[in-house]
Write a protein that binds this ligand. Structure first.
Ligand code: NAD
Length: 489
């Protein structure tokens, strides 16, 4: 085991427990599972493994706490979120360490994730006090139309492993702001950061039962038992499109409100008039942030044929200069992938693309290191329709194809069932706006390799999901409208 006394938030005292009704408890069946450090393949600690009994206990707690929590003042909920924000920033180093240990990204990236997550807590602290309604005179003046906002009710929040703090924070913050109670089911690879976040929320004044936490290795059984229960009113899910589809079908049974942040297959378009150096900078960010394990990672590089060689050479140059290593080591640019399955998937995808005729410029082979490392890799001449252009790579691999006209670039960009984000590099304002309008995605990075901001509506279209996290509309996902017709005749 990793040096236990060193780990923040008691992650040194296995087994870590479930949070139900304000108490940290073992799983009813006594089961636990191991959390592994992907940089060393060594166990970090053991965590209680929730089953369906625990799930229903957690929903009991969330349902019991709902009406009292909904009746709290927006100012009170705002202060809880603001205090959590302050505590996260005070303890940035502890949170970053936990994120790096269980997920693998470098400490610098983990610190950036803490700031990003805290941004959502601050944003929704500010939104909580702005929940409002409307008042109008009915068309025939015989009534007044009052529209008020109320919390949706108990929510199930399911999060992935790639941003162990930010993904839960992006859901918990608007739910708290709106007055909803919650059951959070984190990814089994990264439960420790969620446990630490729950600890801080409690310290900041979140009452018992408002947030319940269920790490589990049986996500389907746990979520199904919750979704069958009529007391649950909403599911907010971030993860793969395959699982999202399954949950949408299950959600239809009790007609649950749903927010789905699903997979992506982002095109990264570089037009002939682009600033190539800036495009390469953007490509490094869009491709390698989070070791490529991001739903908003650039997945398909589409580069104008006239500048493709220059772009490729510069990108290869930059990628060759990066250091692979444990996220805790100073000087590490790229940590390991999350687990063996993911690393082998990426390696297989690259091997298959090369076998299909693509050219390898750098990377492409699994290094002889103990963790799940894969090097930054650049492929060109990627054949049309190759699997690497259809599936999320979720690794540090840039697959480049070329185009000759804007229309061709748009056709290639839109030839996917996904529609989360697209990146576009051009110096021509008219082209930038025209192409941004025609790209089928919820977000566009225009001359910028990164999108996402607490004040912006994050989310996708097509098979990338529905609903938005953040921005002015983010809180709406957790609010209902109630219309009261008042007779004045
Ligand atoms: P995943 O779908 O396998 O798992 C996501 C979560 O769902 C985990 O907590 C997992 O335990 C749970 N889960 C798995 N099967 C389930 C089931 N049958 N019922 C209920 N829950 C279940 O995805 P992942 O591999 O953890 O994450 C990667 C995926 O997440 C990628 O597709 C990525 O694009 C997507 N993602 C999307 C966004 C976004 O905002 N759009 C953000 C981050 C990640």
């Amino acid at each position: 085991m990793t040096d236990r006394r060193r780990l923040p938030y008691g992650a040194d005292a296995p087994p870590q427990k479930l949070l139900i009704g304000g108490r940290w408890v073992p799983a009813a069946g006594g089961a636990t599972f191991t959390v592994e450090n992907p940089a060393t393949c060594e166990p970090i600690t053991r965590v209680a493994d929730a089953g369906t009994t625990d799930a229903l206990d957690a929903l009991d707690a969330a349902a019991s706490a709902q009406s009292q929590w909904a009746a709290t003042s927006p100012g009170h909920r705002s202060r809880v979120l603001r205090r959590t924000h302050d505590l996260l920033l005070e303890r940035r180093a502890d949170f970053a360490e936990l994120i790096t240990l269980e997920m693998g990204k470098s400490l610098a990236e983990a610190r950036a994730e803490v700031d990003y997550a805290a941004g959502y807590l601050r944003w929704f602290a500010e939104e909580s006090v702005r929940i409002d309604g409307t008042w109008k005179v009915s068309e025939d003046a015989t009534a007044r139309v009052l529209v008020m906002r109320q919390p949706v009710g108990p929510c199930l929040l399911i999060t992935p492993w790639n941003a162990p703090l930010a993904m839960p924070a992006r859901k918990i913050a608007p739910a708290v702001a709106a007055g909803c109670t919650m059951v959070l089911k984190p990814a089994p690879q990264t439960p420790l950061t969620s446990i630490a976040l729950a600890t801080v929320l409690i310290e900041a004044g979140l009452p018992a039962g408002v947030l319940n936490l269920l790490p589990t290795t049986a996500p389907a059984a746990v979520s199904e038992s919750l979704m069958k229960d009529p007391r649950l009113r909403k599911i907010s899910f971030t993860g793969s499109t395959a699982v999202g589809r399954l949950l949408l079908a299950q959600a239809s049974e009790n007609v649950l409100r749903t927010s789905m942040e699903l997979g992506g297959n982002a095109p990264f378009i570089v037009c002939a008039d682009a600033d190539v150096e800036a495009a390469v900078d953007g490509a490094i960010t869009a491709k390698l942030r989070n070791i490529g394990e991001a739903c908003i990672a650039a997945n398909r590089f589409l580069v104008h044929a006239d500048i493709a060689q220059e772009f490729t050479e510069r990108l290869v140059d930059r990628m060759r200069g990066l250091t692979l290593g444990s996220g805790t080591e100073p000087g590490t640019d790229l940590g390991p992938l999350i687990d063996r399955t993911q690393r082998d998937r990426v390696a297989q995808l690259v091997a298959e693309t090369i076998a299909d005729g693509a050219l390898l410029h750098t990377g492409g082979s699994t290094p002889d290191l103990p963790g799940y490392f894969y090097p930054p890799t650049v492929l060109t001449d990627v054949p049309d329709g190759a699997r690497i252009t259809r599936e999320e790579i979720f690794g540090p691999v840039a697959a480049i194809r070329t185009f000759r006209s804007d229309d061709e670039a748009l056709t290639m960009a839109n030839a996917t069932e996904f529609g989360l984000v697209a990146y576009l590099y051009t110096r021509d304002l008219g082209r930038a706006l025209r192409m941004s309008e025609q790209i089928e995605s919820g977000m566009v990075g225009l001359n910028r390799g990164y999108v996402s901001d607490p004040g912006a509506p994050f989310g996708g279209i097509k098979h990338s999901g529905g609903g938005r996290e953040g921005g002015n509309s983010g809180i709406e996902e957790y609010l209902e409208q109630k219309y009261i017709a008042i007779d004045t005749s």
